[in-house]
Design a protein around this ligand. Structure first.
Ligand code: SF4
Ligand code: SF4
Length: 68
């Protein structure tokens, strides 16, 4: 049976986030926001796995991870 590839999950490392807002600005579906100067994913379901947040974050504070 063909293996269905699961969507990756957006993970964050809030302690590394410098609240620059770059990922918030780049996310095409606007599901990232800053709360108390830390990055928060508001709606994981809407993520398109475009990887822009991971590619643009200068502090490695946001990344995509394969689901088990
Ligand atoms: S992978 Fe793309 S859609 Fe998903 S949170 Fe990052 S920038 Fe937004
Ligand atoms: S780009 Fe990185 S450091 Fe900047 S707000 Fe997003 S997660 Fe935080």
């Amino acid at each position: 049976m063909a293996k269905v590839k699961k969507k990756k999950l957006v993970k964050t490392m809030p302690e590394w986030c410098k609240a620059c807002g770059i990922c918030v600005a780049f996310c095409p579906v606007k599901i990232l926001k800053l709360e108390n100067d830390k990055i928060v994913v508001t709606d994981q379901e809407k993520c398109t796995n475009c990887m822009l947040c991971e590619m643009r974050c200068p502090d490695y504070a946001i990344y995509l991870e394969e689901q088990e």
